[in-house]
Design a protein around this ligand. Sequence first.
Ligand code: GDP
Ligand code: IMO
Ligand code: MG
Length: 422
Amino acid sequence: MAVTAVVGAQYGDEGKGRIIDFLAGNSELVVRFQGGDNAGHTVINDLGKFQLHLVPSGIFNPTSNNLIGTGVVVNPDSLLSEIEALEGSGIDTSRLFVSDRAHMLLPHHATLDNIEEKRRGDQSIGTTSRGIGPAYREKTARTGVRLGDLNHPNYLRMRLELQLDQVNTILSNAGESKVDLEDLWSHCMNWADKLGDRIVDPIPLMKDAIQNDRNVLLEGQLGGMKDLDWGTYPFVTSSNPLASFASIGAGIPHHYITNVIGVTKAYGTSVGAGPFPGELDNEIGKKLRDIGEEYGVTTGRPRRTGWYDSVAVNHTIWLNGMTSLAITKLDVLDEFDEIKICYAYKLPNGNIIDFVPDTPVLDTIEPMYETWSGWNVSTADVRSWSDLPIQARKYLDRIKDLSGLPISYVSVGAKREAMFAT
Ligand code: GDP
Ligand code: IMO
Ligand code: MG
């Protein structure tokens, strides 16, 4: 039995979904532990191409239970349309559950997200506009409503009244129309009707898996560099994509989480505003974006690109307690003569550092690079470490040395089978 957290080691979109899909084949339970429908997790397997936002990426394994955990903020409309799309593609979703303690992201949270982004002006974060920040704020302000409340109509109505009391003041101050309680109520009753059977107390599911020695996967959203506490604040999300939060978000004692796989691309990308050291705003960056098809799953925005930043990855390795790295998109580097790795940051005063400083300083650093030879041959059909071109092995060995971790998986294409354990 193993409990494995799969987390993003960079700025998101590392390929977490495809790793979970690959590993779910022998897992009893897959749990998304934070975030919301800001996630876009792409999975390509024999059943088709899918872009998941709330549904855990283990949904394609017919024998896994898939749980949307307590730490997630759930937009019920978004969840229902995702379920409908999956069912429409012939995917059985009968083993998909959602924690009764997970908070509901309501339609007005997206409106508030947009109002706030506008107010931030040139300090805007570039959020996904899904309402993630306002939904988590509601939760910590103790005015949130939870999925389980759908099963207690009188209680839910009282909670909604409290929430709307505050929200409507903000909306009318911003010149937006107020939320009508009756209108929202009828949405809630519809959600109760459609989601009621999936809303569960997640603890028995978790205990059952642990007590029966089953494998459990804990699926993170985004990456450590956009963690609320340890990322490039304020250009971060409103939850903690770190493995330590998986314990809370999934409802499992932390000592059971013995494997933490950090997923990282063989280069770097980021979506949204804020520091992204070494951004390649040039032809090389464009080539990475074109070959890697680096456009956001949720918003379609072009992703910012850069070389592999070992300083950033080492930051998230420490914070997550990672036990191995899974390197994705190695094939995207197939056509480069030279490949660089950022191994340190230079401060304006000339000092060299090998850690991620706080945002105002991070904004001023200059990345320091070492250069590695490319391999200029396709790796798309490689399925073992020994079949990788020697230059690719040297490049990955360097990443291994810099990280101090083993590389557990390498992927060389987007499809499920284009991946191997090392
Ligand atoms: P996630 O949010 O971490 O699950 O990652 P995304 O799905 O947002 O972004 C990863 C993108 O890279 C998706 O379009 C995947 O289909 C694609 N992808 C994942 N692994 C590989 C790989 O090894 N090679 C290539 N070429 N594409 C990959
Ligand atoms: P996955 O799970 C990439 C980014 C947004 C913005 C910041 C805050 O697919 O890796 P939010 O809407 O969360 O308030 O936005 O975080 N962001 C993501 N970037 N992949 C994601 O998810 C993201 N989820 C949020 O672009 O910079
Ligand atoms: Mg993504």
